[in-house]
Design a protein around this ligand. Structure first.
Ligand code: DGL
Length: 270
């Protein structure tokens, strides 16, 4: 039994950490497409092609269920994959739906018509590709009415975090929050819609102020995955070994990942 976790690079390690804590007996195979990161500045066709290739690689590792821990892939590619590409015995799930269910106070699998919810003004911080896809607004509209979403494409932030330049990352968080507030002065909730952003959660919260509820994905995805596996235990594939795969240089990626998670991580070539 093994479950695949895919991200364009290192950001998905925030999700990996949370799912490993929540489901300690499940071996997870992580694949980072570091050779092609960042995805956030690519067009939708490009993200689709790269994501399909990565998912096939995880299927080959015995992971019948793959979590796209990358918002950009979830936003720009997942729907197209689910509509026409994924075989009946495999599943690919994204990271948007658990977040939207939390925001709209829905239980897993509640498919009732959209209804009014407590939150009215939502700020979305994400990569340029995720913002351009409008996937968040589309998924939200299936579940809630009367919610105003203002999206801010956070150009440069993923690169600054990947490079470990936290001074630049902090300045970028402040300037993206300022830009968002010019469009929506009083958001009630803010979504950190990129796997890298939880690493800057404190800075987002400080820039937004204490009245804004900041939603970060990793724990929500972990809860939702635990729930899913309870309902679909047959989706635990026949892989048995936890491992870290990368399309990039394993040595460089391992040392960045070790810094990123503050524990030793050893990647191997995908
Ligand atoms: N991991 C991607 C996401 O969650 C961001 C990094 C990238 O641009 O590749 O959107």
């Amino acid at each position: 039994m093994a479950v695949g976790i895919f991200d364009s690079g290192l950001g998905g390690l925030t999700v990996l950490d949370a799912v490993t804590k929540r489901l300690p007996d499940v071996p997870f195979v992580y694949l980072g497409d570091n050779a092609h990161a960042p995805y956030g500045v690519r067009d939708a066709d490009d993200v689709y092609g790269l994501t399909c290739k990565a998912v096939e690689r995880l299927w080959a590792e015995g992971c019948d269920l793959v979590i796209l821990a990358c918002n950009t892939a979830s936003a720009a590619a997942l729907r197209r994959m689910q509509e026409s590409w994924i075989p009946a015995d495999k599943r690919v799930l994204g990271v948007f739906v658990p977040l939207i269910e939390a925001l709209t106070e829905r239980q897993w699998g509640d498919n009732s018509p959209p209804r009014e919810v407590a939150v009215k003004n939502v700020a979305l911080f994400a990569t340029p590709a995720t913002v351009a896809s409008r996937a968040f607004q589309r998924e939200l509209a299936f579940r809630a009415i009367g919610v105003d979403v203002e999206a801010q494409a956070c150009g440069g932030l993923v690169d600054a975090i990947e490079e470990g330049d936290m001074i630049l990352a902090e300045a970028l968080v402040q300037s993206h929050v300022d830009a968002l507030k010019r469009k929506m002065p009083h958001p009630q909730a803010a979504i950190l819609g990129c796997t890298h952003y939880p690493l800057m959660e404190k800075e987002f919260q400080a820039a937004l102020g204490p009245d804004v509820t900041v939603y970060s994905q990793a724990n929500l995805v972990a809860e939702s995955l635990a729930d899913y596996l309870e309902r679909h235990p047959n989706m635990l594939g026949d892989g048995t070994e936890a491992k870290f795969l990368t399309t990039g240089d394993p040595k460089t990626v391992s040392s960045r990942a070790t810094q990123f998670l503050r524990r030793r991580i050893e990647f191997e070539a995908a």
